[in-house]
Ligand binder design. Structure first.
Ligand code: PEP
Length: 256
């Protein structure tokens, strides 16, 4: 059985102080059940880069993993304003979200750039969470699977022996931050197609091990029905990860 991953993407929210308070509240809620939760799910939060050192301190001794929201594909160099995988690793970051729709649509990141980041993350022993997803217009035109599978294949080009460390997040663009989540059936259709494509890319064993998260307006109310689908292995949560109570409830998701 695949372990779920419940991951919080804080985006550009919180300060070091409010992040410490949120982590303390989360730990108060989740640490007492850490051993039980850890049997079948991993938990991760991805604060803004500048907050990572404070978050790392606040998470010391906890089983909640630390993620980053983005990184550059080079380890170092003249790339003003960027951060690299070795810089993240030094603070105990284990995962990095790559190709989030906000990076693609606001900052113009394309599949080739995202692929370089995925390869750099793997080279530096970080676990990349590759985000893929269609816009509303692409869905309305019937292009959902071609868009998503194209992003997947290009994003994972040249990933070979380390494929089991990759996580994929299916995040329909029209569902992110809108309060309109994909139905469990809509999500499962895409997750199933992603799993099939992963089989073609990496073989059955890797495809059956690799986690495919759903993201897009996940809440305590809809998470149970989403993770009840066979190919949905957890959630990437934006807005609802900013409150300890709602994120902890999502972490405690149960199959319906
Ligand atoms: C996200 O940013 O990855 C996301 C899914 O956001 P939200 O949960 O707010 O829709």
């Amino acid at each position: 059985m695949r372990k779920w991953l419940i991951a919080g993407n804080w985006k550009m929210n919180l300060t070091a102080n409010s992040a410490r308070a949120l982590i303390a509240d989360l730990r108060k809620d989740l640490d007492r059940d850490a051993a039980v939760l850890a049997r079948d799910r991993d938990i991760m939060i991805a604060p803004p880069a500048v907050i990572i050192p404070a978050a790392a301190q606040a998470l010391a001794g906890s089983s909640i993993a630390l993620g980053a929201q983005n990184m550059h594909f080079e380890d170092k160099g003249a790339f003003t304003g960027e951060i690299s995988a070795p810089m993240l690793s030094q603070f105990g970051v284990s995962h990095v979200i790559l190709g989030h729709s906000e990076r693609r649509h606001i900052f113009g990141e394309g599949d080739d750039l995202i692929n370089r980041k995925v390869l750099s993350a793997l080279k530096n022993r970080l676990s990349p969470i590759l985000c893929v997803g269609e816009t509303e217009q692409e869905r309305d035109r019937g292009n959902t699977l071609s868009v998503v599978l194209g992003q997947l294949e290009r994003g994972l080009a040249a990933v070979n022996d380390q494929s089991e460390r990759v996580t994929v997040a299916y995040e329909p663009v029209w569902a992110i931050g809108t309060g309109r989540n994909a139905t469990p059936e809509q999500a499962q259709e895409v997750h199933g197609a992603i799993r099939e494509a992963l089989r073609d890319l990496f073989g059955h064993q890797a495809a059956d091990t690799l986690r495919i998260l759903y993201g897009g307006s996940v809440t305590p109310e809809n998470v149970d029905s989403l993770v009840s689908k066979p190919d949905i292995d957890g959630a990437l949560v934006g807005g609802a990860s900013l409150k300890a109570e709602s994120f902890a409830r999502i972490v405690r998701a149960r199959r319906a």
